[in-house]
Design a protein around this ligand. Structure first.
Ligand code: BGC
Length: 879
């Protein structure tokens, strides 16, 4: 038996983590059961940890417990496994390296460009340069680097690493990530560099620095200068030689600087202006500056470039030239072109063509004042009262590239400091262009793919891949709502989607990082903004933190990660944050209206105070009427989520041994359930066609017995009466098919899934969508993953794959609809489990493959149950 997929803190051979007792992981290959393991860890040739043979089936969350580790330590570890016959296999090897752990590990100084930035003025990209000399072949070289802004580093002209938009997005008021790059090959010239052959020599370190999230436009209104006026850079290059001696080259005022490079303007949302005739002169010096934060490691996967799409040229009915990349993505655009000096190519990037077939950005833009604005203007923008704004308005985001040719032959362009949400590019130029010279590149955090799903309905398969694309389009260091209009870390969207996300890609380190962002942003009263990290729209940021469904992400996301990845550390680390939010809810129960409070015997467990977004974006025909944008009371949603959150908190507190807390939360869960039933069932039960109102109490577990049965029946009627079209908004969309399945009506769930009459998931596919739309009507963003949260059901119900504790699965496929087969695989923490069912003339065949060292309870559609060990198991069910 051999260990495979070795990982440290969920990451494959991470470099520069700052966890000194990192947890180790593997999966098993060959053999049925792991009966023992032995881990040996070596640092600089010395064994720092040897577990000896440990009788255990554990292959996850095994914390390093050897000699204390420090900054820069590189640990090579191996694991040997014993199988069910006590036979030892070959050891498997992996490694991890720590970054700079203490503030005084940094001898680098913060530097900035030689100019005094003025508010509201945007500047070209800063270009820094430092030459350095190596004394001989490097045994190892590391670049530790970060910036207030976004940076790209090169050594001898070659890009350092693959991290895009480094150092990534955090609330820079509280936390700033740095990266560690292995640049040994770059400074020894191994490979194709000018120093090929290795040895001593002169090198050049260059770093470009753009505004990024720090100073560029962020959030729905493209506010700029959110974190500061002055962008700055910190870098430390450490070159270690064979004799153990080390040279350290640090950012300081010996760095040359200029801002006359080709990137004349760069903004994450608005785009770039690039002049190919320019190159930096580095004629001035960098200036020393200060920064109050000590950078920390991100312990996360990095945003990288991924799929590349060629272009097809369309001429619109109005005569415009539009490139179609065939897939809506978030990413860069690239091209080569040969024009005369100063000749210009302008690209505007958008997601859709309008009803006349013309390029448009209208579905993803809002307006903002040309000059920066204060809270009053922001309030008018949020409430849509733009007519009352006296200042001049401009559309945002611009998503535009302006490129000036050098006139010296073929020029190359690829975006570096902006990300666009787009499928189409409107091209305006008099340069002769060839569509074959253009491409689009997807950029997202490098999460390994976890799940695959294919069934006999190609539209369902397309919808699943559309959802995966919307995930890719929005998982860039932070889970955002859309890559265009807002690009904000809306907590509710992430909460709704986390389980689907985890089936599609491995999201454990990604969410762990974002939960730090959430923790950073928690307010003193226990709420967190509904948009994390901070983005400068202060009215929105400060006032959105109460809303149920959004705020509950603080509890629900750690809970789900805990269950899926068996990671108790995540709930332990988040406990304080979760507890404070739970306490906020408890402190704010009760009707707002004193009369209603007096009349309700369960008032202490009713929840409704504060600003709540409610179900959010139900199809128009299902929505609450909202006269003049006033919010209706959300007592139903709020009391339901009080119960749901308290229930989760009680379980978490119990698991962590906080017995008193567990009792408190359980009391509030019970109370909220009673209050909910009192409010919504006593007067004749819930009689409505609004699917969300029926789905919520069922899915959240608010009803039992007869009332539950009645609401289930009513839901089926509601769905049938609407012709199986989807009537839920954000909150209930992930729950509707599970609620129908639990009601014993998987047939109705399948009809809904496969229905192509709008509003429905497949209506989007039929309309040509390549990603998931924000609203069912398709009028707004075309890249919002939240309605794709239904995909969880495809994995955990249609294919029936669920993780059920350590090294254990439940596989309970539910065939149905027009589907004649489903074939799915999910690479869980414990290995890859496959579920395949097919309707054949001989009956229904179900084939389940369970990875080595795990077991599964297989529940067949005819009610039979089997517990199976690792291996492939086939079952045939005849009628
Ligand atoms: C965002 C959503 C978000 C919502 C909450 C929208 O504008 O795009 O995804 O959850 O606001 O109000």
């Amino acid at each position: 038996m051999k260990a495979v997929r070795l990982r440290t803190e969920y990451l494959s051979e991470p470099l520069g983590i700052d966890i000194t007792r990192p947890r180790l992981y593997w999966n098993c290959d060959e053999g049925e059961r792991q009966t023992a393991y032995r881990i040996v860890a070596v640092r600089d040739g010395d064994t720092v940890w040897d577990t000896g043979k440990v009788p255990s089936s554990r292959m996850s969350h095994i914390a390093y417990d050897g000699a204390p580790l420090g900054s820069r330590d590189c640990v090579a570890w191996s694991v040997t496994l014993w199988d069910e016959d006590d036979r030892a296999g070959e050891p498997a090897h992996s490694r991890f390296e720590l970054g700079l752990l203490a503030p005084d590990d940094w001898s680098a100084r913060w530097i900035t460009g030689d100019y005094t930035p003025v508010r509201d003025v945007r500047y070209p990209v800063d270009c820094f340069r430092r030459t350095f000399r190596t004394r001989g072949p490097a045994r190892r070289a590391r670049l530790y680097i970060t910036a207030c802004g976004i940076y790209e580093a090169r050594i001898d002209g070659r890009r350092v690493g693959e991290f895009q938009l480094a150092p990534g997005a955090t609330d820079y008021r509280h936390r700033l990530q740095y990266q560690t790059y292995d640049v040994t090959d770059l400074v020894t010239g191994r490979g194709a560099g000018p120093m090929a052959g290795g040895g001593a020599g002169d090198h050049v370190l260059e770093v470009d620095l753009a505004d990024g999230w720090y100073r560029g436009s962020v959030g729905c209104f493209g506010v700029t200068h959110v974190f500061g006026r002055e962008t700055k850079l910190l870098c430390q290059l450490e070159v270690t030689y064979d004799d153990g001696s080390r040279d350290t080259i640090v950012s300081d005022d010996a760095f040359a600087w200029s801002n006359d490079g080709p990137v004349r303007f760069a903004d994450l949302k608005d785009g770039e202006v690039y002049d190919a005739a320019m190159s930096p002169t580095y004629t001035r010096q960098a200036r020393l500056t200060r920064e109050h934060l000590t950078p920390t490691a991100s312990n996360n996967v990095e945003p990288r470039t991924h799929e590349v799409f060629p272009a097809r040229l369309l001429t619109t009915p109005g005569g415009a030239r539009v490139l179609d990349f065939g897939q809506n993505i978030a990413g860069f655009v690239g091209f080569t072109a040969a024009g005369r000096k100063g000749q210009q190519i302008t690209l505007r990037l958008g997601e859709v063509l309008d009803e006349d077939g013309e390029f448009t950005q209208a579905n993803m833009q809002v307006h903002k004042p040309v000059k920066e604005f204060g809270p009053e203007t922001e309030m008018l923008l949020i409430t849509g009262q733009t007519a009352l704004i006296t200042e001049e308005l401009q559309p945002t985001p611009r998503q535009e590239v302006t490129f000036r040719c050098s006139g010296t032959g073929r020029d190359h362009y690829r975006t570096a400091f902006a990300v666009f949400g787009f499928r189409y590019a409107l091209v305006e130029t008099d340069v002769d262009i060839d569509p074959a010279d253009f491409h689009a590149v997807a950029v997202y955090s490098a999460m390994p793919q976890a799940g695959t799903f294919a069934c006999s309905n190609p539209d369902v398969n397309r919808f699943l891949e559309n959802t995966r694309w919307s995930m890719k389009g929005n998982f860039l260091d932070v889970p955002t709502d859309c890559p265009t209009r807002e690009r904000l870390g809306w907590t509710g969207d992430a909460q709704i989607f986390v389980d689907t996300a985890a089936y599609l890609m491995d999201v454990a380190p990604f969410f762990r990082k974002w939960l730090l962002d959430v923790r950073d942003g928690q307010f003193a009263d226990g709420t967190s903004s509904a948009v994390v990290p901070y983005n400068g729209a202060s009215v929105l940021y400060d006032n959105s933190g109460v809303s149920v469904g959004w705020a509950d992400a603080v509890v629900l996301i750690p809970y789900r990660l805990w269950k899926r990845y068996g990671d108790e550390e995540v709930i332990r680390d988040c406990y304080d944050t979760m507890r404070r939010y739970a306490q906020f809810m408890i402190d704010n129960t009760g009707h707002q209206d004193p009369e209603a409070a007096k009349a309700n015997p369960y008032d202490a467990y009713v929840y409704e105070k504060g600003l709540h977004l409610g179900e959010w974006l139900e199809p128009t025909e299902f929505r609450d009427p909202m006269p003049s944008r006033a919010q209706p009371p959300r007592t139903e949603e709020c009391t339901a989520y009080l119960y749901y959150t308290m229930r989760h908190m009680a379980e978490i507190a119990q698991a962590l041994g906080h017995v008193d807390d567990a009792a408190l939360f359980a009391r509030y869960a019970d109370g909220a359930k009673t209050a909910y039933q009192h409010l919504f069932l006593t007067q004749g039960g819930i009689d409505t066609d609004r699917q969300a109102k029926l789905v919520r109490p069922l899915a959240l577990g608010l009803l039992d017995g007869e009332p539950r049965r009645k609401v289930q029946e009513r839901l089926v009627t509601a769905v049938e009466q609407r012709g199986y079209r989807v009537g839920t908004g954000f909150l209930s969309t992930p729950f509707i098919l599970p609620a129908l399945t639990d009601a014993g009506r998987a047939d109705v769930a399948y009809r809904m899934l496969e229905n192509d009459q709008a509003p429905s998931w497949l209506a989007q596919v039929h309309a040509g969508a390549t990603t998931v739309w924000e609203d069912w009507e398709g009028t707004a963003s075309h890249n919002h993953y939240s309605p794709g949260a239904v995909c969880q059901w495809l994995f955990d119900t249609a294919a029936g794959i669920r993780v059920d504790g350590e090294n254990h699965f439940v596989v309970a496929p539910v065939p149905g609809g027009t589907l004649t087969h489903v074939r799915a695989a999910y690479t869980s923490l414990y290995g890859t489990v496959h579920s395949h069912w097919e309707k054949t003339p001989a009956g229904l065949t179900v084939t389940v493959t369970v990875p080595s060292n795990t077991r599964a309870d297989v529940r067949l559609p005819n009610g039979e149950k089997r517990t199976v060990p690792a291996g492939t198991h086939a079952f045939t069910i005849t009628d």
